[in-house]
Design a protein around this ligand. Structure first.
Ligand code: CDP
Length: 212
């Protein structure tokens, strides 16, 4: 069972993916961390984030064991990730790791921007999680405040809009909903309601597969 969860920044897809994986006993991969880690490694080398050659080399050398680095969650890391994520060779270098992770029994939940469209186009269930930029900015702002990070709502909203634009307009695997994805708008849903809806969608799909 492969479940693809895509959506823009701070849509709640990460929390949702983690809970779905725990609920169904599946592996979980936050694919955003891969791009965040590549950006970190490029910066450590002192190279520019849009240096395609160095970024692709960093992606090829990436050690997935180093993804639990708390620095990857820091403000600025998402923005940096979206710059390396535009580079086709970086995306290509990360593809096989994501695909083999997805194939690990008994199955996996992957969250990102292009899971349903490019990484796992044959996923059993695809969910595209979204919410208005204002709602997403509010959520991310509260999260950052909770961690004691300096941030303003306006600054977070501007970051989200910039990232949406960059992620949706790139040539390779742009952020978009797969045609066969279930659209989950969480603008007016809390995490419990979003989780219940997603579980319903997954059970329905699994039932259809069982009957097929
Ligand atoms: O948590 P948040 O939604 O803010 O970001 P993330 O999922 O960690 O992703 C950070 C950045 O990585 C995104 O803005 C994308 O540019 C890039 N990304 C991507 O291109 N493809 C993915 N499958 C996942 C992330």
């Amino acid at each position: 069972m492969i479940i693809a969860i895509d959506g823009p920044a701070a849509s709640g897809k990460g929390t949702l993916a983690k809970r779905i994986a725990a609920h169904f006993g599946l592996h979980h991969l936050d694919t955003g961390l891969l791009y965040r880690a590549v950006a970190r490694d490029v910066q450590r080398l002192g190279a520019a984030l849009d240096d395609a050659e160095r970024a692709a080399a960093a992606a090829r050398a990436l050690d997935p064991a180093e993804l639990d680095d708390p620095d990857l969650r820091k403000p600025g890391a998402g923005e940096a990730a979206s710059i390396v994520a535009r580079i086709p060779q970086v995306r290509a270098a990360l593809l096989e790791f994501q695909r083999s992770f997805a194939r690990r029994p008994p199955g996996a939940v992957l969250d990102g921007r292009d899971i349903g469209t490019a990484v796992c186009p044959d996923a059993d269930v695809k969910i595209y999680v979204t919410a208005t930029p204002e709602v997403r900015a509010e959520r991310r702002f509260l999260e950052m405040q909770g961690r004691g990070e300096a941030a303003t709502y306006e600054g977070v909203l501007a970051d989200i809009r910039r990232r949406d634009q960059r992620d949706a307009s790139r040539d390779t695997a742009p952020m978009r909903s797969a045609d066969d994805a279930f659209l989950l708008d969480t603008s007016n849903l809390d995490i419990e309601a979003a989780f219940d809806t997603a579980v319903g969608v997954i059970l329905r799909k699994a039932g259809q597969r069982g009957r097929a």
